[in-house]
Ligand binder design. Sequence first.
Ligand code: HEC
Length: 116
Amino acid sequence: MKTTKIKLALLGLVFASGTLMAADGATIFKKCIACHGANADKVAPGSKGGVTINGADKNLLIENLKGYAAGTADNGGAKQIMYNNMKIWKLTDEDIEAVADYISKLPATSTTVKGK
Ligand code: HEC
């Protein structure tokens, strides 16, 4: 009986660390590089306004990503691309928070998108 409990506790730990690993911002960001660039400093093809997301405000990034997942965010360009991305990737709130945190810490440039 006792060993079963210990085994279950260990199993719980394995699952907990698995979740932590899944929400690794740098790893998730690899999905974004093709369009936003390795340092997020490229203007995504199909976007409008010539802005980039490197070093942008974390809350602004989260708001946009959740908005694209919900099919409501609109920055004037090919938003359907981001809607489709979010549908395919099924990022959790933790994933979104982790990737937004990672992007917000990349060096900003003159093209970095500003808050509203
Ligand atoms: C296939 C190309 C493509 C990929 C891959 C991609 N994006 Fe985008 N992204 C776009 C386009 C196009 C827009 C502009 C959409 C619009 O105008 O609303 C955009 C817009 C955004 C915006 C809003 C920028 C603003 O103007 O405020 C954020 C934030 C963003 N993407 C984050 C990400 C993240 C994070 C990933 C990876 C998890 C990612 N994108 C992957 C093409 C892409």
